[in-house]
Design a protein around this ligand. Structure first.
Ligand code: ADP
Length: 377
């Protein structure tokens, strides 16, 4: 029988904070406790400087809940995303061993970097259905084809698509402690909440749990040494996306848009969102730009053409490339055989490689940090 929320709160009552000795439950730092299908999820609000000092609290909270009858699966994480209600625990950043991740003058990050991961980039779109996940997957594979070590994190927790796109179905192995081993998709390390839940299970997330799940997938995964970790963001520009953008130490963001005006308006919102968080825009990708008829070879511009390039110019951000609307891309994506992996010398792979080269040039050249601030009216 599944444990109840009340049982979880009772189990957490003896857990104390290190500095004040006060109860975690009473401190206001504990998120809502969610019990779902026998799994227990919660997060503990910390100041970023408290990460090390608060880890034993997280571990104690997790152990206390695991000890409940039936030994439930527990997802407990620290989050620096909510304000901490009480004074910080008395551990200075230096004593806690936290190193500043960016050079002086760079925007103050809200989250620490991920050890071993050189660059974390977000792929985002103003709305769903524009091909953001397809682009993320093929961009990751194209970066891999440049000889880089690459991971992809499916942060689109409302509709995870990486298992399908990479044709991966296993569950990640749990390594020592609570660290998950990412799955291998054509040489790219892949992690998705989709590996942890049954397919077709509707995922209902309450605010704090979104952060908790994403933080866990970022930090409690054996990413190893990566040149680039591509994060497939949830679609849209609401609070969830903003929170996510602030919680992840991002080197930059790639915005995916279709050529329709409406989608471009959404893309502009995406650009504005990253500007608000001072995350550099690596550029805009125009997806479904042209349609080449598989029968007669005629090229048509179903959704108009060139809008994304013009928009990129207007906003002063790089235009990364145009991906055609093509049956092969849809079929290979939906069939778990991404085109960049299965036909690395084909025309589509070349388009994605061109995008990857531009992204990598910016990251490797360190230009991501000094990208201009975009003025958005
Ligand atoms: P999003 O992540 O923005 O919701 P997806 O990547 O899931 O979008 O793509 C939505 C659908 O469009 C999928 O069926 C995908 O295969 C298809 N698709 C995406 N890009 C292309 C493209 N360039 N050509 C053809 N189909 C595409």
């Amino acid at each position: 029988m599944s444990v109840t929320r009340e049982q979880v709160l009772q189990a957490l009552t003896p857990v104390r904070l290190p500095a004040s000795g006060g109860s975690l439950v009473a401190s206001g730092r504990l998120s809502d406790v969610v019990v779902n299908d026998g799994r227990v999820m919660f997060s503990i609000a910390i100041d970023p400087t408290e990460a090390q000092a608060m880890e034993p609290v997280r571990a104690a909270a997790e152990a206390a809940v695991k000890a409940l009858p039936g030994g439930p699966q527990v997802f407990a994480s620290l989050t620096a995303d909510r304000p901490v209600p009480k004074g910080p625990v008395t551990e200075t950043p230096a004593r806690a061993g936290i190193q500043p991740g960016r050079p002086a003058g760079a925007p103050q990050p809200k989250a620490q970097g991920i050890p071993g991961v050189k660059h974390v980039i977000a792929v985002a779109s103003g709305k769903g259905g524009v091909g953001k996940s397809t682009t993320s997957c093929n961009l990751a594979l194209a970066l891999r084809s440049l000889g880089l070590s690459v991971g992809i994190l499916d942060a689109d927790i409302y509709g995870p698509s990486m298992p399908k796109l990479f044709g991966l179905h296993g569950k990640p192995r749990v390594l020592s402690g609570r660290i998950l081993e990412p799955l291998d998709g054509y040489g790219v390390k892949v992690m998705s909440i989709g590996f942890m839940v049954e397919e077709e299970t509707p995922m209902i997330w309450r605010g704090p749990m979104v952060m908790s799940a994403i933080t866990q997938m970022l930090r409690e995964v054996a990413w190893g040494e990566l040149d680039v970790l591509v994060v497939d963001m949830p679609p849209g520009t609401g609070d969830a996306q903003l929170t996510m953008a602030q919680a992840t130490p991002l080197a930059g963001a790639v915005i995916v848009s279709t050529p329709q005006d409406l989608a471009l308006i959404d893309a502009r919102r995406g650009v504005a969102m990253f500007r608000r968080t001072e995350i550099p825009i690596l550029g805009i990708v125009e997806n479904m730009a042209t349609f080449v008829c598989p029968n007669c070879g005629t090229t048509s511009h179903i959704f108009g053409h060139g809008g994304a390039r013009k928009e990129a110019d207007r906003l002063g951000v790089p235009f990364l490339g145009e991906v055609p609307l093509d049956m092969t891309i849809r079929e290979t994506s939906d069939g778990g055989r991404p085109v960049t992996a299965i036909d690395p010398d084909g025309v589509h792979a070349q388009v994605y490689r061109g995008i990857a080269e531009k992204v990598w040039a910016t990251l490797a050249g360190g230009r991501a940090r000094v990208a201009p601030r975009i003025v958005f009216e």
